[in-house]
Each structure stands twice: as structure tokens, then as C-alpha cells.
Design a protein around this ligand. Structure first.
Ligand SMILES: Cc1c2[nH]c(c1CCC(=O)O)Cc1[nH]c(c(CCC(=O)O)c1C)Cc1[nH]c(c(CCC(=O)O)c1C)Cc1[nH]c(c(C)c1CCC(=O)O)C2
Length: 343
């Protein structure tokens, strides 16, 4: 189906655009009262995420309400471990918890390579519904966590400031770490390919915990697995790699077969352009900038667009939008990008 608005895909491919495309990470979520109403109706986050009609509805909400140039499928990075046989729970006010963790070679025996149709069919069904209901209005983004970030949650069992249990395993049992990372990678490749078949026009890999690794560890335990995913997917759709905190690995990430590199707000734009020549960049306003007045938000957006330029650029925040951000401020951010980036 022909897209009416393909700015995101043209920018990702490095083609000329008449203005910069804009969306925000975590746009389908708690910032919107309309999301909270559907979540209430579903009863829980997991019920919402596993009911394709409802997941599709909240995926499309930000397109209608915020005017973003892309939809991102409503799901979570933790559905991959679930599909591998390690279920998670979402605890109110606390975040995700895995009642069972994976820390030894023995624990690995109970894990399978996820079969996308059998284990994650609800996400694929949601993608198909969204694709149909969007009717070509904007592109649809699929996503998965980077293997290292998923490894963090599977071994630690919950969120952490340091992920010291996960990192300890890199030192004490690298053999185990590599086997688990490869299983996650194989599952993720199958899952993302199935997302593309189900309608995803671009896929983003979230390495949310990249920043806790040293440059050397990042080269050993994260990059080679992201590389495999990029190589398996990039012949089908553009791939975006967003590695939060991995300022030290920008050059190597830029050398992967991804089309787009996501930046967080710690990463200098000019320096990133120099390290990642010829690729499209995405980002990178501090989500906290959206707590300012409309005038302050507009000033920040103006500076950001001036720094990135209008080509090979996808405007976004430097991480997910925080749940207590007023939706009008998010809309102000989106409108300002549209206004200041007309070519
Ligand atoms: C690390 C990570 C997770 N999930 C995700 C990441 C990577 C991105 C990042 O670094 O922020 C990715 C994610 N999670 C969710 C999406 C939906 C699509 C979108 O709008 O971006 C996406 C892309 C829904 C969600 N995932 C979650 C919610 C909130 C749950 C609720 O509605 O109660 C939503 C809307 C829960 C979740 N899921 C996760 C955590 C740590 C939490 C709890 C804290 C939090 O809310 O941010 C794991």
C-alpha cells in the first residue's frame, strides 16, 4: 500500500524530504488520558498488550491526537523473553518483574528460541490491525530490545540502577552470557522478520542499558548481536539502533548495516555527525525539556533542528517521553519541529 506520509522512511533512507519527520519514543502510553482509559478497560498492561484490537487502538491514538509522523506498535521489549518461555509481570508503580530468572547454563535448558507465530502471534495480529486501520496515513514502526538489554532483565529479574547481577555474569560466566545472548538474538531476528511480514515499515532496536557497559564490554557483549540483527533485517526494512548512553560506541554503531542511529541528549550533535557520516540520525531532545513553557520548548526545538539540519534527520526525544508530561507540551514539540524544519 502506498503511504500518504512517508517522510520517516525517506529520511531513514537518506532521501530528500520537504520537512523533518517527528515522533516520540513511548508516545503510545501513559501521557494520554485516552490511553489510560483503554488500559483501565483492559484491566492490566499485559492484558492490553496481548489483546490485538486494544493494542492497535492505543498504537493509533498518538497519530490522531499528537500528529506524529509514525505509529510505533504498542507492546514491550519483554515479550521476547516471554516468547522464549520466561514470563514477566508488570507491577504497578514498580515496573516489570520476572518471577523466574536465568543465571546458569542449567537455567537455559528451559528456554526455547521464540516462534513468532506461536509465541508472539498477538503482536503480529496487532500490527496487521494497525496497518489496516492506518490505511497508509503514516509508516508503522516495529521494535525489539537489543539482546544485551533483554539479557539484563532476564538475569536480574527486574529493573536496577546498576544491573550488577547481570554484569557480574559477564565477568564470572562469559560462556553462559554468550549462549543466552545468542538465543535472544535468534529469537529477536525471527520476531522482527515476522513483524515486517505483518506490516512494520521500519524496526528500531532499543539498547536501553548500553550505557552501563565499558567500551570493551560493549564490543564483546552487545555490538556483535545487534550486528546480526541489522544484517538479517536491513535487506527488508530500514533499521534504527538506539543505544542509550553508548556515546563511546557511536562510530561502531554507525558502521553497522543500520539506516538510522538514535542519539540520547548526552550526545553532541556535531560530534555525532562527524562520527557517523552519511547516516540518518534520530533524537535527541532531553524529555525534561518538555516540562518547560511552550516558548522554552519551541526555543529548544529550534536549536535542535538548527544543529541537525533538515536532511538525514528524524526528530525525536533522547529517550521515552516521561509519563507526567502534559500532552499539550508534546504536541507543542511536534508542531515546532514541523514549523522549524520546512525546507
Ligand atoms: C527498557 C524498556 C522496557 N520497555 C521498553 C523499553 C525500551 C525503551 C526505553 O528504554 O524506555 C519499550 C517499550 N515499552 C512500551 C513501548 C510502547 C510503544 C511506544 O509508545 O514507544 C515501548 C517501545 C510500552 C510500555 N511499557 C511499560 C509501560 C507502562 C505500563 C503501564 O501502562 O502501566 C508502557 C506503556 C512498562 C515498562 N516496560 C519496561 C519498563 C522498565 C517498564 C516500567 C517503567 C516504564 O513504564 O517506563 C521495559
Amino acid at each position: 500500500m502506498n503511504l500518504q506520509n512517508d517522510l520517516l522512511l525517506r529520511a531513514a533512507r537518506g532521501e530528500r524530504v520537504e520537512r523533518v519527520p517527528v515522533w516520540t519514543m513511548r508516545q503510545a502510553g501513559r501521557i494520554l488520558a485516552e490511553y489510560r482509559a483503554v488500559r483501565e478497560q483492559a484491566g492490566s498492561f499485559i492484558k492490553l498488550a496481548t489483546t490485538p484490537e486494544l493494542a492497535a487502538e492505543v498504537t493509533i491514538q498518538p497519530v490522531d491526537i499528537l500528529g506524529v509522523d509514525a505509529a510505533i506498535i504498542f507492546s514491550d521489549i519483554l515479550v521476547v523473553p516471554e516468547g522464549m518461555g520466561l514470563p514477566y509481570e508488570m507491577v504497578e508503580q514498580r515496573g516489570p518483574v520476572f518471577p523466574r530468572t536465568v543465571r546458569t547454563l542449567k537455567d537455559l535448558e528451559s528456554l526455547r528460541i521464540a516462534d513468532p507465530e506461536a509465541d508472539l502471534g498477538y503482536v503480529l495480529d496487532a500490527l496487521k490491525i494497525v496497518k489496516k486501520e492506518l490505511n497508509g496515513r503514516v509508516p508503522l514502526i516495529g521494535f525489539a530490545g537489543a539482546p544485551f538489554t533483554i539479557f539484563c532483565y532476564m538475569t536480574e529479574g527486574k529493573g536496577s540502577k546498576t544491573f550488577s547481577i547481570a554484569k557480574k555474569l559477564l565477568y564470572t560466566d562469559p560462556e553462559f552470557a554468550h549462549i543466552l545472548l545468542q538465543k535472544i538474538t535468534d529469537s529477536t531476528i525471527a520476531y522482527l522478520k515476522a513483524q515486517v511480514i505483518s506490516g512494520a515499515d521500519l524496526v528500531q532496536i532499543f539498547d536501553s542499558w548500553a550505557g552501563i557497559l565499558s567500551p570493551e564490554q560493549y564490543r564483546v557483549f552487545s555490538l556483535p548481536y545487534i550486528k546480526q540483527i541489522c544484517e538479517a533485517l536491513s535487506e527488508h526494512v530500514p533499521v534504527t539502533v538506539f543505544a542509550k548512553g553508548a556515546f563511546f560506541a557511536r562510530k561502531e554503531i554507525g558502521e553497522l548495516s543500520c539506516a538510522v542511529v538514535g542519539l540520547d541528549w548526552n550526545m553532541d550533535v556535531q560530534e555525532s555527525r562527524a562520527l557517523i557520516p552519511g547516516k540518518t540520525l534520530q533524537g535527541n531532545l532531553d524529555p525534561c525539556a518538555l516540562y518547560g513553557t511552550f516558548e522554552q520548548i519551541r526555543n529548544e526545538v529550534k536549536k535542535m533542528v538548527d544543529q541537525f539540519g533538515t536532511q538525514r534527520y528524524i526528530a525525536n526525544l533522547g529517550h521515552g517521553v516521561y509519563p507526567d508530561t502534559p500532552p499539550d507540551n508534546v504536541r507543542c514539540f511536534i508542531d515546532a519541529v514541523k514549523e522549524f524544519s520546512q525546507v
